[in-house]
Write a protein that binds this ligand. Structure first.
Ligand code: ADP
Length: 319
């Protein structure tokens, strides 16, 4: 292993820069040359690679987004696209690739490794929807962004004795709603993993407001459906004033938290170590506070475990 490349792909996540920095500097520390690929698999197909140096990743550990940029690339999903990418990797004499991204990025990494090229995946996505790892890079920052927004919303929600229905990101995974719900003292969270009962929710909200609560915050993961609809129904059923807030892309931005920076640095190191050890087709992650690597096929097959205890605790503590 003499030369490696690193790319970020799919949805950007705070902490991706810290991961790039770790990959670049840990590689150079180990005597490797390292190339940055612009715009994920798209840049790989187009040959948009540039050698990275110690100063080229200076002053980025604290920045959100990704200096390498990201893109979605349909062409890479076809074998012909991946062959073009392989050709570029050969032209640049690259021996291994670190792909930072989510589920889709990992499927791309798996497909490339099946063509015989060593690839290691680093989980970078705010959704926390990769089952094999307890946390993904960007998730903690995103939860903190939602918490900050919920804290601000509480002021106006309580002043007007309203209900706030807040839509957060998470198409198949309700972890952002779950963690921000527990940390933010939400009345309830509505997530794709648990069927929800509109009548029961309305009853709970009404009875707690009748008991003297001056506000209710409800977090809805986007995968469940329209927060606007839920808000309307809640207003009809309870007679309370309710408002919707859709947080949108602010959840992807901002300076990464210390947890995300530390996780990104450790996972970046682990990915390079895997390549140096001659491993391929692996993903790195954190499990029970230990940095691990595992087979990419197995990782993608694993079923997500939803934390029902946290979900129930939100309801218990909201009373
Ligand atoms: P994320 O990595 O955040 O889940 P996407 O799902 O958009 O984001 O995936 C990022 C990129 O990974 C896609 O644009 C595509 O180039 C590549 N990709 C996704 N799925 C596959 C697949 N099944 N085979 C090959 N490449 C894929």
């Amino acid at each position: 292993m003499k030369r490696i490349a690193v790319l970020t792909s799919g949805g950007d996540a705070p902490g991706m820069n810290a991961a790039i920095r770790a990959v670049v500097r840990y590689s150079i520390y180990n005597g490797l040359q390292v190339f940055g690929v612009k715009r994920g698999y798209k840049g790989l197909i187009e040959g948009d690679l540039k050698e990275m140096t110690i100063p080229s990743v200076g002053d980025i550990i604290h920045r959100g987004g990704t200096i390498l940029r990201s893109a979605r690339c349909l062409e890479f999903q076809e074998e012909i696209g991946r062959e073009k990418a392989l050709n570029i990797l050969n032209i640049f004499k690259i021996d291994g690739l670190v792909a930072i991204g989510g589920d889709g990025t990992f499927r791309g990494a798996m497909a490339l490794s099946e063509m015989g090229f060593p690839v290691i995946g680093v989980p970078g996505t705010i959704d926390n929807d990769l089952s094999y790892t307890d946390y993904t890079i960007g998730f903690d920052t995103s939860v903190n962004t939602v918490l900050d927004a919920v804290t601000k919303l509480r002021d106006t929600t309580s002043s007007h004795e309203r209900v706030s229905v807040v839509q957060v990101m998470g198409r198949n995974c309700g972890d952002i709603a779950l963690y921000a719900g527990l940390g933010g003292g939400a009345e309830a969270v509505i997530v794709p993993e648990v069927e929800f009962d509109m009548d029961k929710l309305s009853e709970n909200v009404s009875s707690s407001m009748n008991r003297g609560k001056n506000q209710s915050i409800i977090l809805v993961a986007e995968g469940v459906g329209s927060a606007e609809e839920i808000c309307k129904k809640l207003q009809e059923k309870t007679g309370l004033e309710a408002r919707t807030t859709i947080l949108g892309h602010i959840q992807r931005g901002g300076n990464p938290t210390s947890n995300d920076r530390v996780l990104a640095s450790k996972l970046g190191q682990k990915a390079v170590q895997c390549l140096i050890e001659g491993k391929s087709s692996r993903v790195v992650g954190i499990r029970s506070n230990e940095i691990i690597d595992m087979d990419i096929h197995e990782a993608l097959k694993m079923e997500r475990k939803f934390d029902m205890n946290m979900y129930n605790l939100i309801n218990i503590l909201a009373r």
